[in-house]
Design a protein around this ligand. Structure first.
Ligand code: GDP
Ligand code: MN
Length: 396
C-alpha cells in the first residue's frame, strides 16, 4: 500500500526521524490557516505548497511551489488543488490533486549551500537482506544519476540477525561527506529511519531529498512510503491512511469481491484459476505475440457467479479486445466451470469481444462439448498453445 507524502512523514516522525513539518489542506482557506499555524510553531514566514498524489516527480510537474507570504499561499493553493498534475511518473492525463501539504520552508533564505541527499531503504530480494541505498546526488534528478553515474549511489546491506550496526550508520554519514555535528545528526537520522522501516513493516522508503541545512540539521523533505500489504493487519492506523482515489478503480473493485486482479497495459483479458497458471498464461500470450491486459486469478471456485464478476472486471478495461479463459480442473470440475461460463455469458446479454476457452483436467471433454454446443461466440481449445494462437487469430 502506497501512502501520501504527509502520511509517510507522520510515520517517520513517530519513530523520531526529523521531518520538514507541514499541515494538510483541501481548500485555499485551510491552506492559509495551516500556514499561519506553521509560522506560529516554527517561526518561518515562507512555505512550500506540495501536491499530494501517489506519484513522484511533482516538483518537475509544477506540483511543488514556494510561497513567500499568505497571499501567495492562497493563490498557489488555489492553482494546485483540483489540477491534473502531470509528472514523469503519471499517465499523460495526470493525477487529480485532491489535497496539498502546506510545509515549512526548510531551505533558509540566504542559505547558499543546502545539500540534498538521497536515502532509501528496501529489501534486496536477491540476498534476502534489507539495504540502505544512498547518494550525495539527491534531489530532482536522481533518475539521471542512476542511469548515467550509478557509481555515485552506494548500498549498505543489513544483516537481519543483528540489525543496523553503529559502524554502518557512521559509514553512511562518512560516505555522504559529513563531519562534526552534521555527521552525528546523520547517524541518528539513518538509525531512526531504519527503525521506522522495520517497525512499520514497510517494503520501501524513499527519502529524496534528505536535506542538510547550513546549521547542520538533517531533515526528511520528502517521503515515499510503501507498507507491505501482508502486514497491514498489524497496523489498523495505517490501513486508515489508505486513499482509494489514488488506486486503480478496477483493482479496488476486484479486491472488494475477493478477486486477485492486477491491471496491465495489453489487450488480452485473462481469466485463470491459480496464480501460477495465471503467470504461465501471461507468458504464453506474450510468446504468441500478444500482450496481457490483466492478471486475474479467480481462485478455486470458478462458478457462474465468480465467472460473471470476473467478466465484468475484465470488460471494464476498454483496451480488452479478446478474453482468454484458461482453467485447470483439479478440485473444480471443468464441466461445472463451462456451465458457469455459459450461464454468466447468457446472464450478461452481449459480450462484444471474442472469447477463447481452454479447460483441462477433470471432465474436460464434457466441458468442451458444453462450450461448443452453447451457440455462443465462444471458441474452445484443448492445448495451451492452441488457445494462445486462437487469441492471436481473433486479434489479427
Ligand atoms: P518530488 O518532486 O515529487 O520528489 O517532490 P519533493 O518533495 O522532493 O520536492 C521537489 C523539490 O522541491 C525538492 O527537491 C526541493 O528542491 C524543493 N523543495 C522542497 N521543499 C522545499 C522547501 O522547503 N523550500 C524550497 N525552497 N524548496 C523546497
Ligand atoms: Mn522527492
Amino acid at each position: 500500500m502506497n501512502l501520501h507524502e504527509y502520511q509517510g512523514k507522520e510515520i517517520l516522525n513517530s519513530f523520531g526521524v526529523e521531518i520538514q513539518r507541514g499541515i494538510v489542506a483541501t481548500t485555499p482557506a485551510e491552506a492559509v490557516l495551516a500556514a499561519k499555524k506553521l509560522t506560529e510553531d516554527t517561526g518561518t514566514g515562507w512555505h512550500v505548497i506540495k501536491a499530494q498524489v501517489h506519484a513522484g516527480g511533482r516538483g518537475k510537474g509544477g506540483g511543488v511551489k514556494l510561497a513567500k507570504n499568505l497571499e501567495q499561499v492562497e493563490q498557489i493553493a488555489d492553482d494546485i488543488i483540483g489540477m491534473m498534475l502531470i509528472t514523469p511518473q503519471t499517465s499523460a492525463e495526470g493525477k487529480k490533486v485532491n489535497q496539498i501539504l502546506v510545509a515549512e520552508d526548510v531551505y533558509y533564505p540566504g542559505d547558499s549551500e543546502p545539500e540534498e541527499y538521497y536515502i532509501s531503504v528496501l529489501l534486496n530480494r536477491g540476498t534476502g537482506k534489507n539495504m540502505i541505498m544512498y547518494s550525495t546526488e539527491g534531489g530532482m534528478d536522481i533518475e539521471t544519476v542512476a542511469e548515467e553515474t550509478p557509481h555515485l549511489i552506494f548500498t549498505e546491506e543489513i544483516d537481519p540477525a543483528v540489525g543496523l550496526l553503529g559502524f554502518q550508520a557512521r559509514k553512511i554519514a562518512f560516505n555522504l561527506g559529513l563531519s562534526g555535528k552534521a555527521f552525528k545528526q546523520m547517524t541518528k537520522f539513518v538509525s531512526a529511519l531504519y527503525k521506522a522501516y522495520l517497525n512499520s513493516d514497510s517494503s520501501m522508503f524513499e527519502i529524496n531529498p534528505v536535506l542538510k541545512t547550513s546549521d547542520d540539521r538533517i531533515i526528511a523533505v520528502d517521503a515515499k512510503v510503501s507498507i507491505d500489504d501482508n502486514a497491514l493487519f498489524r497496523h489498523p492506523d495505517y490501513v486508515a491512511m489508505r486513499d482509494l482515489r489514488e488506486e486503480n478503480a478496477i483493482e479496488v473493485e476486484a479486491s472488494e469481491v475477493g478477486l486477485n486482479y492486477v491491471d496491465l497495459d495489453g489487450n488480452v483479458g485473462c481469466m485463470v484459476n491459480g496464480a501460477g497458471l495465471a503467470m504461465a498464461t501471461m507468458d504464453l500470450i506474450k510468446q504468441a505475440g500478444g500482450e496481457p491486459a490483466n492478471f486475474l486469478d479467480v481462485g478455486g471456485t470458478a462458478d457462474a457467479e465468480r465467472v460473471e464478476l470476473a467478466f465484468k472486471l475484465i470488460l471494464r478495461d476498454p483496451n480488452v479486445k479478446a478474453i482468454l479463459i484458461n482453467i485447470f480442473g483439479g478440485i473444480v470440475r471443468c464441466d461445472r466451470v463451462a456451465q458457469g461460463i455459459v450461464d454468466a455469458y447468457k446472464n450478461m446479454g452481449t459480450i462484444k469481444v471474442p472469447i477463447i476457452v481452454r479447460l483441462q483436467g477433470t471432465n474436460a471433454d464434457i466441458a468442451k462439448e458444453l462450450i461448443d454446443n452453447s451457440g455462443l461466440d465462444v471458441q474452445s481449445a484443448v492445448e495451451f498453445k492452441e488457445a494462445a494462437d486462437k487469441v492471436q487469430k481473433v486479434l489479427a
